[in-house]
Structures are given as C-alpha cells and as structure tokens.
Design a protein around this ligand. Sequence first.
Ligand code: 18C
Length: 254
Amino acid sequence: EKKKKLDVPSKPELATSLSPDHPFYNEVNEVVSNHLRRLLTEDQELKDDWQCIVDQGDLKVFKRELEENGVPLDPMKAVCTVKGMTGHEVCHYFWAFDTRMEWEATLESSRVVEWLSDDTFISNNIIKRVWPASQRDACFWSHMRHMNKSNDEGPDSWIVVNYSCEHDDCPPTKYVRITMNVALICETIIEPPSNGNITRDDITCKITYTADVNPGGWAPASVLRAVYKREYPKFLRRFTTFVEEKTRNKDIMF
Ligand code: 18C
C-alpha cells in the first residue's frame, strides 16, 4: 500500500542565528558539519572497530578503546529509539539550560557563562567527584540547529553539539578541566495514521549520541570505563524519560 503524503505542520527553517562575524561562527559550523559527516559513515564504523558494551534492544552503547599517554579517551556512541516524541523536542531539552539540572545526574552545578546568540551559549559545568580522581569541570558551547533536508521524503532531523571552549569568565583554576565534543542527533519517524491526524502514538525518534571526552589528566582507566558503562545508558534512560514527562500532554513540537 502506498503511503499517504503527510500534512506535517510547517515550521520556520532555522539555520543558525549566530552572526557570520562572530568569533565562534566558523568553529560552530565546522564542528556541526564534522558530526554530520561522521554520522554518514556510522554503519561502517559500527561494523569495524566499535565494540558494543550495552545492548538493551532499544538502547545500545558502543565504545572504541583509546588511550593517549595513559589518559583514557574512549570515544562513546549510543543509539536509542524512543516513541512519542519528536527529534525537535528531544534536542530542545538536551540543549535547554533552564532544565539541564532536572535530568543531569552527573553534574554538581551548572551556570551560563555567556549567550552568543539565541541558539548558542557557553556554560560552566562542575562534575560530581568520582573517587579516587580529582573533581572535574567543563566549559563548553551548546548549539542547536535544524538540519536541512536534501529531499522531502527523508526524516526531519535536529542536532545539538556541546563542544569545549575557553572563556575569560571561566578559567580552569579550581578543578581539572575536561574537554569534550558531544553531539545528539535526532531523526523523527512518522508512521502515517489512516485519518491523517498525527498523534504521539505515530511518532518515533531515533537518537544518536556521540561523546569524545578527554578527562584532562590522570584518571584510572578501569574505574572510568566502569563508570561510563554504567552512566551513559543511565543518562539516556533518565533523559528520555524526562522528555517524555515534559511533552506528554503538550502539543507536538514538530
Ligand atoms: O552529554 C551529557 N551531558 C551534557 C550536558 O551536561 C554534556 C556533558 C558532558 C560531560 C560528560 C562527561 C564527563 C566525564 C567526566 C570524566 C570524569 C573523570 C573522573 C575520573 C573517574 C575515575 O554534554 C550527558 C553526559 C552523560 C555522561 C555519562 C558519563 C559520565 C561519567 C561522569 C562521572 C561523574 C559521575 C558521577 C556519578 C555519581 C553518581 C553517584
């Protein structure tokens, strides 16, 4: 049976509201494009050197073991499928600063350092201490954008990137500074209902999360790997449950 063409409510096309003269403009665009390029080679990567460390069906976590001068740098990747929410909603809540502490269990505190535009801000995040390592913090920009589609049939996609940066109002003086390149990419899949009226039951979101984190100095690899294996799936469950609760009785944000 031929699928009926959907009447998905239109939304304004968003590129970035960051001005092309902004000092971060080139970096933000470059980092976003690199993530998209990386996503396109995903299946190949999963076949080759990625190792699956958690498989719960709808949620899988992969890693690649990597160490530099004794510092564990294992790139992490997770894929997760959730029903009842759009990629726009999932990305919105991953990016939104005002609700970050409601789902982030690994942070002790978080503060905005500077807003660069209405889709990009810099924050300072103090991470809970993991014994026996010293306490860490991070300073990164968070950027959210809608991805332009190459054709009308493909899924609607959004991306959020959290990428480490330096800022005069956020010197790395008190804690060990971690650096990272994290991306959350979401695709919305809509199963067309026969009556044409889309409800949350017709929506599935495919999430791809990648995290390259440098713990910024000595950290015992075995402890870190055990923490990652436990914390990444926990984060995805907790975060997606949070989005589900936030969106449950609300209009769908396409
Ligand atoms: O992406 C996530 N959150 C974003 C918004 O905050 C953002 C943050 C990313 C920081 C991630 C990584 C922190 C790694 C820290 C290394 C610390 C080294 C300590 C040495 C240990 C031996 O992009 C979601 C991030 C989900 C992260 C899951 C793994 C994090 C492990 C962090 C350790 C702190 C855990 C404390 C938990 C204690 C529970 C009792």
